[in-house]
Design a protein around this ligand. Structure first.
Ligand code: AGP
Length: 608
């Protein structure tokens, strides 16, 4: 939702804060700001709009100091104006605060503070926290004490960090929900919402738990847990390198990440499959045969693109592990009263591991007695901490807001989970089931070779205002995903539909203005898909086909053919989505959309 960065140490503070914010801008880009402590004073510079506006502002009025905070915002309370930008300074100019999340009870607190004489200059819930902490500074005697006291009155999910003019070279931070990661260097410490912002400076990080209050100084970290007890949190060594978090010569992170898929897929199944025997194993997830035998059903819980991965996962687990699967949006599951018991295996699927709706659904399943597994891409994220087991996707940092390599690696991870459940439930396994996995990176790489043809297609269709995506069976979720990619990147209205449903309504939409993308691979339903394409053609719709067949089989029907290599039915969706990702990307670019940071979106939606 928002990007948070903080630093205490010997380096020049502002350049480091801006560098960190650049890497966090995908988390929100309505406004940005920094505060440094210079000669015992708060110096705060903020700007509306993208980070570049702040950089320009700072170029005109250079500042630096001994330590400080930076923030890039995705507005929740108050329009994205400078007065609502973070860092927020309290009314007595004694401290500055940056915040990610939502304070649900900010209004009664604001009224109380106003009655006590505190003035406000913004519409935000954040400023309430700044004044609340400041109101306790004198009584508590130090910043950490004042923060501890204030947090006891706050409701909601939030993470924040503060600096003050107390004379101490310190940052105080608190986490209750959205992520906070602390970096440890040589006589310097760092704070960020995402480890990718720290990669250039340190790979040694600590993830705060919910309820943790931390104090960062040049000498290191002091952390106390929700009960106020001093604790040591486990240190992790990040495996990512800074280059991975850069664009690597691509115009956008999204295109880079689309092209990283062969490697990311390889990294996700590597070391987990014995291609001789077909056996599968994980580092952080295991069920013995008895536990696996006790599972009666699987609940897949996710949002957005990850939900589409869950819909593919349903086919994989039902067909390979012979377990019934239900798939649910996190935002829906948490508010219905799902039937869950100890025979339920709930699997939260999340790239960030911080999506509030998915986390709440996972908690809801766990409270009702389900076993809980997370399929996640971010080390140490909240989803990985509340689950008893984790199957990490090894996609590396995904910076583009549109999820691409995270999606295909989620499909690989769910395929491995399905095979593992099959194996542990005593169903027959063997090398033939996993054989195609070895060909998958190459098949995805082959699909990427269509880039030129797809860029050409984008030129032809980029002015259309509506698209329809059709698929059947395991390709229906890919139709949904292709539509989501297009709409979130290019702002074109796009819908995914089960192709068999066309005659029950959507066929009324077909006319010469409506391009229809048809995913027609494999043998099971190819003829049916052919029928759908003929229906579209007969009504002058533009027929775009994604197929593993020879294009000559479709030349009478399809206006465009995007060829993909053929794999087993279970792995085919992973290849089929690649041309759809490229189509969304090039249409978005041609329409001049901000592909890596689409309007109104954020990479990780850590609030409801
Ligand atoms: C997909 O391109 C979007 N970025 C969005 O739908 C995303 O998949 C969704 O918000 C879930 O995020 P998560 O995987 O981090 O939980």
């Amino acid at each position: 939702m928002c990007g948070i960065i903080g630093y205490v140490g010997h380096r020049k503070v502002v350049p480091l804060l801006l560098d960190g914010l650049r890497r966090l801008e995908y988390r929100g880009y309505d406004s940005a700001g920094v505060t440094v402590i210079r000669d015992g004073e708060l110096v705060t510079v903020r700007a509306e709009g993208k980070l570049d506006r702040l950089v320009e502002r700072l170029a005109g009025e250079p500042v630096d100091g001994s330590h400080g905070l930076g923030h890039t915002r995705w507005a929740t309370h108050g329009p994205p104006l400078e007065r609502n930008a973070h860092p927020m300074v309290d009314a007595r100019s004694r401290l500055a605060l940056i915040h990610n999340g939502i304070i649900e009870n900010f209004l009664p607190l604001k009224r109380r503070l106003i009655a006590e004489g505190w003035e406000f200059s913004s519409d935000t819930d954040t400023e309430v926290v700044a004044n609340l902490v400041s109101s306790y500074l004198d009584e508590e005697g130090d910043l950490r004490g004042a923060v501890a006291r204030a947090t006891r009155e706050l409701e909601g999910l939030f993470a924040f960090a503060l600096v003050s003019i107390s004379g101490e070279r310190e940052i105080v931070a608190y986490r209750q929900g959205p992520p906070l990661v602390l970096g440890i260097g040589e006589r310097e410490t760092f704070l960020a919402s995402d480890p990718a912002a720290l990669l250039t400076y340190t790979k040694d990080v600590v993830f705060l738990e919910n309820g943790d209050l931390a104090r960062l100084t040049e000498d290191g970290l002091e952390i106390q847990d929700a009960s106020g007890e001093a604790v040591e949190r486990e240190s992790h060594r990040l495996l990512w390198d800074p280059i991975q978090a850069e664009k690597g010569g691509y115009k956008h992170f999204m295109l880079k990440e689309i092209h990283e898929q062969p490697q990311a897929i390889q990294d996700t199944f590597g070391g987990r499959v014995d291609f001789e025997t077909g056996e599968v194993g994980f580092d952080y997830f295991s069920l013995d045969p008895e536990e696996a035998g006790a599972i009666r059903e699987v609940h897949l819980l996710a949002c957005g693109t990850s939900l589409h991965a869950g819909l593919v996962g349903k086919f994989l687990i039902e067909e390979l592990a012979r377990l019934p699967v239900q798939v649910d949006y996190g935002s829906e599951y948490r508010y219905r009263d799902p039937i869950v018991n100890e025979g339920t295996l709930a699997i939260g699927v999340s790239q960030s591991g911080e999506t509030a709706d998915t986390l709440s659904a996972m908690e809801a399943a766990k409270e009702r007695g389900a076993r809980l597994l997370a399929v996640c891409n971010v080390l140490g994220s909240q989803a990985t901490r509340i689950a008893e087991g984790v199957v990490y996707t090894h996609a590396g940092p995904e910076i583009g807001v549109a999820s691409t390599k995270a999606f295909t690696t989620q499909l690989v991870a769910l395929y491995l989970v399905a095979l593992y459940l099959r194996q542990q439930r005593g169903l027959p396994i063997g090398p033939e089931i996993v054989a195609d996995l070895a060909h998958l990176p190459g098949a995805v790489d082959e699909a990427l070779q269509q880039e030129g043809a797809i860029e050409e297609m984008a030129r032809k269709y980029h002015l259309e205002e509506d698209f329809l995506y059709l698929g059947r069976g395991i390709n229906y979720p890919i139709a949904l995903e292709g539509a989501l990619k297009l709409k979130e990147i290019s702002y074109i209205h796009a819908e995914g539909y089960p192709a068999g449903e066309m005659k029950h309504g959507p066929i009324a939409l077909i006319d010469q203005q409506l391009p229809v993308v048809n995913i027609a691979t494999g043998d099971k339903v190819f003829e049916k898909m052919l029928g759908n394409m003929q229906e579209v053609k007969a009504r002058d719709g533009a027929v775009i086909a994604v197929t593993d067949r020879d294009p000559s089989e479709l030349e009478e029907i399809a206006d465009e053919v995007l060829r993909v290599p053929r794999l087993s039915d279970h792995l085919q969706p992973i290849v089929n989505v690649v041309p759809l990702q490229l189509l969304a990307y090039f249409v978005g670019v041609r329409r001049g959309a901000d592909v890596d940071q689409p309007r109104n979106l954020a990479k990780s939606v850590t609030v409801e």
